[in-house]
Ligand binder design. Sequence first.
Ligand code: Z5A
Length: 217
Amino acid sequence: MPKKTIENGLFVTFEGPEGSGKSTQIKMLAERLTEQEYEVVVTREPGGTILGEEIRKLLIEFREEDIADEAELLLFGASRAQHMRRKILPCLKRGGIVLCDRFVDSTTAYQGYARKLDFGFIQNLHAFSLCGRWPDLTFVLDIDVDTSYQRMSKRYQNSAPVNDRIEAESRAFHTAVREGFLDIAKKNPGRVKVIDANRLPEIIAADLWWEVYHAIV
Ligand code: Z5A
């Protein structure tokens, strides 16, 4: 059966603090869109390509020496440049839907607001890696830092703890990240929607579906 297509595709990104439910919501939305016979590509950053997944390992697990903040920023940019050209743009050109777990706003929030790297440089890096195609719609799933910590600790009761370099940052760092996402949303009200992620997953999913449905029709 040929898939339904959308002119120029639809590019949706999911942002927010750790444990805000991005993966949970992406899975639910992907199932719904697939049932409706769209081509859906689910992907993530850092990662999404073979090269990107290698870079992801470095960014999250590398502990052999301290990674300079500037080097970290460029690694996220390298992963994205590959991701955009080899996976995201080809899907959008076919008229498909890309659902991406974290994207440019994570770089602005983590490396800009929290690491305090130069915002002008970060914007230029976005322009360089994106080939002019920004997400059509971005959901910031918002939870506070305490809720984020609670959800992560619950998750680690059921699996081995992940050796995550960025997750291990201070409470002040994660607070700055959350505030960064809220500020990005304020500055980009057309593209970025803040979603209260402190509700039942099914209720959040209904809100997301409403937004995506209106972006498609
Ligand atoms: N990073 C960066 O610094 N710069 C960048 O440019 C980019 C990323 C792209 C990647 O982390 C790290 O890289 C991240 C930012 C940084 N570091 N930090 N901190 P990641 O991809 O490995 O992980 P993550 O994206 O931070 O989060 P996550 O662990 O994958 O969580 P999630 O996908 O948002 O949530 P989830 O897995 O769907 O749910 C988490 C738990 O909460 C789970 O037990 C669920 O059952 C539960 N859950 C989900 N929804 C709910 C609701 N509604 N109520 C209650 N409980 C829920």
